[in-house]
Structures are given as C-alpha cells and as structure tokens.
Design a protein around this ligand. Structure first.
Ligand SMILES: NC(=O)C1=CN([C@@H]2O[C@H](COP(=O)(O)OP(=O)(O)OC[C@H]3O[C@@H](n4cnc5c(N)ncnc54)[C@H](OP(=O)(O)O)[C@@H]3O)[C@@H](O)[C@H]2O)C=CC1
Ligand SMILES: Nc1nc2c(ncn2[C@@H]2O[C@H](COP(=O)(O)O)[C@@H](O)[C@H]2O)c(=O)[nH]1
Length: 325
C-alpha cells in the first residue's frame, strides 16, 4: 500500500474548460441539503459555538455543533426557532441515550446527528446508530472516527449515512504518541484506502493545513473535510484570546485534552495558541475561491471533477506519477 500525506502529493492539471473560475461550482449535496463548500468546522469547543453554528447554517454552510457542556435539547430548539437546520454531536454514554429519547419525545428531530468518539469502530457506536435510527429514522447519522476500510464497512452496514475518517491526524492530537495508533502522518492515503470500500460519503477529519488540502481530500475520496486548526483562531472563535509579545492568539485545544475534559484522564489532546487571522467569513470566502481554482486546474466545472485528475507523490519510497487509466 502507498503511504503518503497531504504535503507529499500534488494533483496534475487537465486542460481548462472554463473562461473564468467563477464558472466552477464548489458546492455539494450532503444529507439532502446543498452547501456552499465541502468544508465543516470541527465540532470542538474552541472552533464552534451556537452563534457560529447559526451563522454557518444561515449562510449556506454545513456545521456540526460540539457536544461538550451543552444542552442539546435547548440547542436544537433554538436552531429550529431560528428556522435553521440542527446538526448535533452525541457520545455513546447513558446521558447521550437520554438526549436522543428526550429529543424524540419532544418531536425535536435534528437533521444531522454525529456520533463522535475517539475509537468509532465499536459496538457502542453500533448500538447508538441503532437507537437513533429507531427513534428518529429521518435523522442523517454521521459516525466516527475510524481509520480502516473494515471500520467504514461496519459503520455503513450498521446504518451510518456517512463516516468520519481520521484517527490522530489533528493538530492538537497526541493519540499517535500516547497510544502508538492512528492515521497521523498518512491521513491522505488512509482516506484513499477507506474510500475504496465506501458506498456512502466520507468526511476526512484532521490534518488539513492548507486550502489545497481540501481539493486533495476530494481527489482521494472524501465528500467533505472537517477542519479544526485552520478555522480556529478567528476573531469570532470561541477560544480565549491571549496576547503574547504584542500579538493576539486564540487558544485551540483538543476535545480529549485536560482543558476540555476538566481533568487529566485518558488525555489524547493538547492546547496550542493559533495566531488570530481575521474574520471567519473571509477565510471561508478565500477557501471557496481557492477551490474554484482547484476545479479549474482539474479541467472541470464541478467539485467532483477533481476526482478525475492524476497525481504525483513527491520523494520517498512511493514517489512517482499516478495515472488514472
Ligand atoms: N479523531 C481522533 O483522533 C480523536 C478524537 N478525539 C475526540 O475527543 C473527544 C473525546 O473522545 P472520547 O474520549 O471518545 O469521548 P468520551 O470520553 O465521551 O468517550 C466516549 C466513550 O467511548 C469510550 N472510549 C473512548 N476511547 C475508547 C477506546 N479507545 N476504547 C474503548 N472505549 C473507548 C469511553 O469510555 P472510557 O473513557 O471509560 O474508556 C466512553 O464510554 C471526542 O470529540 C473525540 O472525537 C479523541 C481522541 C482521538
Ligand atoms: N487525537 C485527538 N484528536 C482530536 C482531539 N480533539 C479533536 N481532535 C480531532 O482533530 C480534528 C481537527 O484536526 P485539525 O488538524 O484540523 O486541527 C477534529 O475534528 C477531531 O477529529 C483530541 O483531543 N485528540
């Protein structure tokens, strides 16, 4: 199997079919809705909050609210009252079952539910998928995280409508060092490996460091990407603002860090400072422009045209040109 990551791959251009990048359409359909970009901010406390989620939903972007120190019922109620779709996260413990039961009892069905645990290839996830599908068959269920084709096959067979791939490639992740496991360092090829067996959408989660990595993820089989660090550190971001030597930073910490958990137990995440980089809508607009450009380099007009391009692997044992034939 070829092993590579985002920084070791470049996509090869095909003859341009448009006169302007504005003709290129980076939107995607996901779970019955069309979104402006194949990008979703990570469901982490220092990346999204209620205000950001509402803004994203109202402005044509997909979002997944985090599940920490949050009343999911109140959140879904607020989103529905605001006329927006609801997209929540749950774990797999008893309080999460209670949340699903109470939402169902009150007829508050979120349009999207993400089952979000560290090791998503587990019977606990299977049982939660079954429970959600029984109580709220209309909800679109995203399950993860996983890092192997076997896991993608299982999650799909258990009823997940989409799977989230990425164990340990995140910027504030220390899973690789703490456990010796993960897709950190070879996330793009793990995605390729998983996408070969997937029959439903895959969300590539973690390790996106440049806007071009979005196009690379699409090329290797993702329907959309989940982005943490690149979308943390905006003026609107929920993390605390810290000033260091006259420069402003926002804190960005892992969901499995002691900062998020409130205790040092099963810690697989750390805290870093992200330089404040302006306003979130501006970054999303730039991502859209860059993706339109990617589509044009792919010789296409639609997002999925990126899947048709060849690529090269730079340096290392797997170096060479990879042609689609
Ligand atoms: N994508 C990634 O690489 C990773 C992401 N995270 C993120 O951190 C957050 C917290 O994750 P998580 O610790 O799962 O959440 P929770 O602490 O809510 O754990 C969820 C459940 O899964 C169990 N669990 C967690 N890890 C394992 C494991 N390796 N084997 C068996 N059972 C396990 C927990 O039990 P118990 O605690 O008793 O073991 C608990 O019952 C999530 O948002 C998650 O996505 C965390 C690590 C890696
Ligand atoms: N191993 C851990 N992974 C984590 C933790 N908190 C979040 N995450 C994952 O990272 C991505 C975001 O990655 P980035 O490279 O874009 O910053 C996020 O969506 C989670 O899957 C954690 O504490 N440990």
């Amino acid at each position: 199997m070829e092993i590579f990551d985002y920084d070791k791959v470049l996509l090869l251009p095909r003859k341009c079919r448009v006169e302007s990048r504005s003709e290129c359409d980076p939107t995607l359909e996901f779970g019955g809705r069309r979104f402006k970009l194949p990008v979703v901010p990570a469901n982490m406390k220092t990346v999204v909050d209620e205000k950001i989620c509402l803004w994203l939903a109202r402005n044509g972007y997909f979002y997944v609210m985090h599940r920490f120190d949050l009343d999911n019922l109140q959140f879904v109620r607020k989103m529905k009252e605001a006329g927006a779709f609801a997209s929540i996260s749950v774990g797999v413990k008893q309080p999460d079952y209670d949340t699903i039961d109470r939402l169902a009892a009150e007829g508050l069905v979120p349009e999207y539910i993400t089952i979000d645990i560290a090791h998503g290839h587990a019977d606990t996830v299977k049982n939660m998928i079954f429970h959600i599908k029984k109580k709220m068959p209309q909800a679109f269920v995203i399950a993860g995280n996983v890092g192997t084709p076997e896991a993608v096959i299982d999650l799909e067979n258990w009823g997940a409508d989409a799977t989230k791939v990425g164990i340990g490639p995140g910027k504030v992740c220390i899973t690789r060092m703490k456990t010796g496991f993960g897709t950190g360092g070879w996330q793009l090829s793990a995605l390729k490996w998983c996408a070969r067996v997937a029959t439903k959408p895959i969300i590539a989660d973690g390790g996106i460091r440049e806007h071009g990595d979005i196009a690379k993820s699409i090329r290797f089989g993702a329907s959309l990407v989940m982005v943490g660090s690149m979308l943390a550190g905006h003026e609107e971001s929920p993390g605390d603002t810290v000033e260091v030597e006259g420069r402003l930073y926002k804190e960005y910490y892992g969901s499995a860090s002691d900062f998020n958990k409130g205790e040092y137990k099963h810690v697989e995440g750390k805290r870093i400072l992200e330089p404040v980089k302006g306003k979130l809508p501006e970054t999303l607009r730039e991502m859209e422009e860059d993706l339109q450009s990617s589509i044009s380099y792919a010789g296409g007009t639609k997002l999925m045209d990126i899947r048709k391009v060849n690529y090269v692997i730079l340096g290392g044992d797997n170096a060479g040109e990879h042609l689609l034939m």
